[in-house]
Design a protein around this ligand. Sequence first.
Ligand SMILES: *Cc1c(COP(=O)(O)O)cnc(C)c1O
Length: 378
Amino acid sequence: MNSPESRRSASLSVGRVRAAVDALPAYKPGKTAEQAENEQSISAAVKLTSNENPYPPPSVVVEAAARACRTSNLYCDHSATELRETLAQRLGLAADQVTVGAGSAALLYQLAKALVDPGDEVISPWISFEAYPIAVRLMAGALVRVPLDGDHAFDLEAVAEAVTPRTKLVLLANPNNPTGTALPCSALASLVEEIPGDVIVLIDEAYREFADPVLGDPVADLLPRFDNVAVARTFSKAYGLAGLRVGYMMAHRRVVAATDKCAVPFSVSGAAQAAALAALSDDAAEELDGQVAAIKAERSRLASNLAADGWDIPEPQGNFVWLALGERSSEVCLGLERRGVVVRPFPGAGIRVTVGAPAQNDRFLAALSEVAAPDSLR
Ligand SMILES: *Cc1c(COP(=O)(O)O)cnc(C)c1O
């Protein structure tokens, strides 16, 4: 039954999966604390793999979601009208320049669906968000990976040079996941000036709320100047709603309309819409601002502790830090995991460690000093 032969014929007999899908690896979410506990026979593991907010949402947000569940026998508002209008008003845009999706990952997939024909090219600096290659390859497009510069940051000149007549889309995670580096809007504007106006540039700001405000705001600075710029943001990270799936994207209204056509009907649940609206309200602002401030303070503490131990890390602009461990990445990740600290490995490149609550970060620092020393001290 399990021989390679019979499995091959079994898979052939249950449909003819598209080659683009057949060749795709499945998306690999970060390991949970429970998985690590079972695999390593340990207890009290901490999960620092998925850049989640360590704090639960404010109770006004939870209550708004719970109230929305009372009418979950009914379909929600497919267009998330009130949320779009609220976001548009806050951002100084028209409602038709904003769309809402089941996480910004869904908006990325929708945008790829709207733009990418088989063989079209999508450019991303690399290493970057692991969902990008999947979204592109699902459409039988080609992801063109442009190496980062020596400081783990984007080489925008190389990005501009990589554009060809087949290029449809450029994906820029700013701050970048997993390296945590970020570029100012002025640099992004220079890139957009250099590339053809029919290439969409998506600035993925999943970590915007943790970044230095001096970097600028592409919604205010770039959208009015460039019809081909789109900006994605999310409630998953700073707003602590990763589990409810809601993100948003600002773009030219024709890009918004095309993206909307590619949505799965009713994919942003009523509970998610209500939670996002409550998270934007004045009632939640103080608590959420406090969470972001606490995470940023912990990030500084982590960075200075790592520097004091001799680690040379890029200045973190997201809610995570990047240790460019190269070939040691998998081994260090496993060593940390055996000590109950679960981080995200990027084999051959580095490890990404989410900034957690203070006690979790202490666990990481203590485990790291047992498992690995910086190259310079080895
Ligand atoms: C986490 C993340 C997202 C989005 O996540 P959603 O939960 O789908 O909103 C998007 N881009 C990057 C770079 C991320 O790290």
